[in-house]
Ligand binder design. Structure first.
Ligand SMILES: [Zn+2]
Length: 322
């Protein structure tokens, strides 16, 4: 199957009460891990590439790796998406270069400028059969070149979404309801302690999501910054020479709840990074004499694959939906 847009995926996900996983890809092992899990679980998938990924791996390599995955996984729909396009030019080069979906993130601009920039991308994208994700509101946290302090972050204003979507013609909308980029989504001060003495992050603002859904019935909503930062991998990193104190993510049951509502795309990146880094650190500790990259990349790839499988089945609900 050739690469597809997200239109059909999102329609089915909305009606079916599940979400599509949007996983960031940066190299061959990550592409293989994600798509092998999706192939085995018969799940549709979005592989997304950030500006940082294009700078690291080169546009052509990434497109060809994803096209190779589509050949190896002919029975599942795969979309290739630009994550956080920062300008018309970046979006255009991806639209011209084989992507089926782009995000234009002009959320740091004023409402009117966000509309103008997004509309320009939508017009070019739709002329070329490509769909567009836009953003209103801003998430806290750090992801590649996107860096927003907790003070500068703001929830999406439900009263703005209808006008924004109508005037831009965007195909999906990323909103801010309390998720956050990176592996340090919440400070310990923002969290509460449960009976076991474990930090529990603040709940997502489902009231805001509900208001937005009322204004945009049937319209696909996107959640960025939705890694859960599994504590077993944080512990693995820290046990083998790493230093990631107080790494905290969004609880998986909250994401599952969002997936059952109007959220059709959930972005996951940090969890894959953690699985890879934890596994490689542990491997190096256990085998200080090994130096063949295949030896440590193989278990890393396998652990990413198992993490993706877990997300498809238990968090996104998209297993069996290809
Ligand atoms: Zn993001």
């Amino acid at each position: 199957m050739a690469l597809v847009t997200t239109t059909e995926m999102f329609k089915k996900a909305y009606d079916g009460g599940y979400a599509i996983g949007a996983f960031n890809v940066n190299n061959m092992e990550i592409v293989q891990a994600i798509t092998e899990a999706c192939r085995e679980e018969n799940a549709p998938v979005i592989l997304q590439v950030s500006k940082g990924a294009r700078a690291y791996a080169n546009h052509t390599y990434l497109v060809k790796l994803v096209e190779a995955a589509a050949i190896e996984c002919p029975n599942i729909p795969i979309a290739l998406h630009l994550d956080h396009g920062d300008s018309f030019e970046t979006c255009k080069s991806c639209i011209d270069g084989g992507f089926t979906s782009v995000m234009i993130d002009a959320s740091s601009h004023s409402f009117e400028e966000n509309i103008a920039i997004t509309k320009r991308v939508v017009e070019y994208a739709h002329d070329h059969g490509v769909v567009v994700e836009a953003e209103l509101g801003s998430l806290a946290g750090i992801e590649d070149e996107v860096n927003v302090s907790a003070e500068a972050a703001s929830y999406t204003r439900p009263e703005e979404v209808e006008e924004f979507v109508a005037r831009t013609g965007c195909d999906s909308l990323a909103i801010a309801i309390g998720t956050s980029h990176g592996a340090y989504k919440f400070t310990p001060e923002q969290c509460t302690l449960n009976e076991q003495g474990i930090l529990v992050p603040p709940a997502l603002r489902f009231d805001v999501l509900e208001e937005i859904t009322k204004k945009l019935p049937g319209f696909p909503i996107v959640l960025h910054g939705s890694s859960s930062v599994p504590q077993n991998y944080v512990a693995m990193v820290n046990a083998h020479g790493g230093k990631m104190p107080n790494a905290i993510g969004v609880p998986e049951e909250q994401l599952r709840k969002a997936a059952g509502l109007s959220v059709c795309k959930i972005n996951i990146d940090s969890d894959l990074r953690l699985a890879m880094t934890g596994t490689i650190r542990e491997y190096f500790d256990a085998h200080p004499d090994h130096f063949d990259p295949r030896q440590y990349l193989k278990p890393a790839r396998n652990n990413i694959k198992e993490m993706v499988r877990h997300k498809l089945i238990n968090v996104l609900g998209c297993a069996g939906k290809a």
